[in-house]
Design a protein around this ligand. Structure first.
Ligand code: AMP
Length: 218
């Protein structure tokens, strides 16, 4: 009997945009996570199951073998560190960017030019630290876990570093995007031991994903 395969996904955009790739590999997820409270979802292939975890936990599950493979954003991977993970494919889904945003009335350019310490609130401390260090800007990082947009509005921070897709969330909160740090998409990550031990089952799956990935548009 072939070994079973566990795929870690997070609910929402990543789950939704991974479904067509799974379909292309001949795998249908048999339950809708929005309608069920189950955390383990069966698929049309008896030896493949999907586990639903928080987006930030996907690399941890795959690193420690709680899942053989997973789909996770580049942002999450950088924050995690990526150790112990084989990253064979950029799936080119859940695309967005990491940007710096400030209140519309905050003079970001002057603050950076004057070399004053910038208070930056973010969930993405590794990305923010590296970005401002590369610019030689001194920052005090304030770690948040959500609703970053509130930080400049309440005086908690001068700027935020957050994911931006359409820009509507920033606009609705009177914030403006002042720097684009990096483009983000989701990647396939694979447990390194599983890749060796379950090679015969995983390789065709990875190859099917690779064939189904849409090329990046500028
Ligand atoms: P938007 O209003 O379209 O710019 O979306 C911004 C909000 O959606 C922010 O709160 C982000 O944290 C979140 N967001 C945007 N794109 C993604 C993504 N690919 N993955 C996770 N969260 C995202």
């Amino acid at each position: 009997m072939s070994p079973s395969i566990t795929l870690a996904l997070s609910k929402g955009r990543i789950f939704d945009e991974t479904l067509p790739l799974l379909r292309a590999a001949g795998i249908e997820v048999l339950e809708d996570p929005e309608k069920s409270r189950k955390l383990i979802l069966p698929t049309s292939q008896a030896d493949v199951r999907v586990v639903l975890v928080r987006a930030t936990d996907v690399p941890t599950y795959v690193e420690h073998g709680g899942a053989d493979l997973g789909v996770t954003g580049k942002d999450t991977l950088i924050e995690h560190g990526g150790q112990g993970l084989y990253q064979p494919l950029d799936l080119n889904i859940a695309r967005c960017r990491v940007s710096v945003a400030v209140r519309a009335d905050f003079d970001y350019a002057s603050a950076v030019r004057q070399g004053s310490r910038l208070r930056v609130a973010t969930k993405y401390t590794a990305i923010a630290r590296e970005f401002f260090a590369s610019k030689g800007v001194h920052v005090d990082l304030i770690k948040l876990y959500g609703s970053m947009e509130l930080a400049p509005l309440t005086g908690l921070a001068d700027a935020i570093v957050d994911l931006v897709s359409t820009g509507n969330t920033l606009k609705a909160n009177n914030l403006i995007e002042v720097e684009r740090i990096m483009d983000i998409s989701s990647r396939l990550v694979v447990n390194q031991a599983a890749l060796k031990l379950k090679q015969a089952r995983l390789r065709p799956l990875i190859d099917a994903f690779a064939r189904a990935v849409e090329p990046a548009t500028a």
